[in-house]
Design a protein around this ligand. Sequence first.
Ligand SMILES: C[S@@+](CC[C@H](N)C(=O)[O-])C[C@H]1O[C@@H](n2cnc3c(N)ncnc32)[C@H](O)[C@@H]1O
Length: 345
Amino acid sequence: MPYAESPVAQLLERNLSLFAGKRLLIAGYLEDNFVLSLRHEARSITLFCNDYHRYLALQAAAPGAGVTLQFGHQPQGLSADYDALLLLLPKAKRESQYLLACLAPWLTPEAELFLAGENRGGINGADKLLAPYCQQFNKLDSARRCSLVHGQLSHAVAPFNIDAWVQHYQLQIDGQPLTVCALPGVFSADGLDEGSALLLEHVPALHGRVLDLGCGAGVIGAVLARRYPAIRLQLCDINALALESSRRTLACNGLQGDVLASDMLSDVAAGLDYLITNPPFHAGLNTLYAPTEQMITAAPSLLARGGKMLLVANAFLRYPPYLDRAFKQQQIIAENRKFRLYLAQ
Ligand SMILES: C[S@@+](CC[C@H](N)C(=O)[O-])C[C@H]1O[C@@H](n2cnc3c(N)ncnc32)[C@H](O)[C@@H]1O
């Protein structure tokens, strides 16, 4: 049985009997593999995962019979007969609301809803999240700054319409409008990040195969596709909602690009002429530098001969030693008060 490491997993561990005999749908911030233990209590479990790293880790744990695992921005092709939902709250409240809206239509009419999460992840707002679905809800347990809240479906559930969840905004870039489409919780859902703006101002002319790594809503990739229509553009991200946002941003502006799920470079083929990134330094609720440091180390092996990496980062982040070790040359080609743009080759 996977060890209950996180505080939320420990809270669930002492409440396992709540899930006995249920057809259980589980989603949200699946921080560790502990959720797989629920298959021993429940009749069956379906894990709906929108984080590709966690999806790969759960898949690698060979979940076995009674477990269905799905990665995507909304559940597809399930049978609508789940008698309980367990939502492990993600970081953004709007993302929790989105997940409840897209998961609730797969539940039976009086299904039970369980919300679990940390105080800093917004579990104290569980009543507001449940209000559209349940007349009553109560806190079942709390420990280590986490709570488990329960409700039961009492209202009819509206069919899920993803279009209602996409935020649109316009940027003026290269003297032309660019429409950005962003689903809840996606980075820069309401404006262009300052680091990405610095990158777009100073990016040199591009050719060949170009990757926008950690594409978010697809802003960088979309601007590059418009500026350099001859490039073969790929955009990748770990977050399924980011991938769907990027697809929509490209389509909305009449642009082309291949959008793929990848945990950093896990699913990217070698032979890139440019690797362009405003890389992450968070995973879920936590600050985490290691994925970007490992990506810098691995990047040269995916670049074609003469290939280059452009990376923008907060000035306080200590990537230069990693760039020095991995690349023959690296230089800062632009900077401002907060960000630095590195070119490595
Ligand atoms: C700083 S944001 C940049 C987003 C976008 N390029 C922009 O400029 O608005 C970093 C992005 O990396 C993604 N990300 C986080 N961890 C990742 C990983 N392990 N592999 C790939 N992408 C990841 C996040 O989902 C987020 O969209």
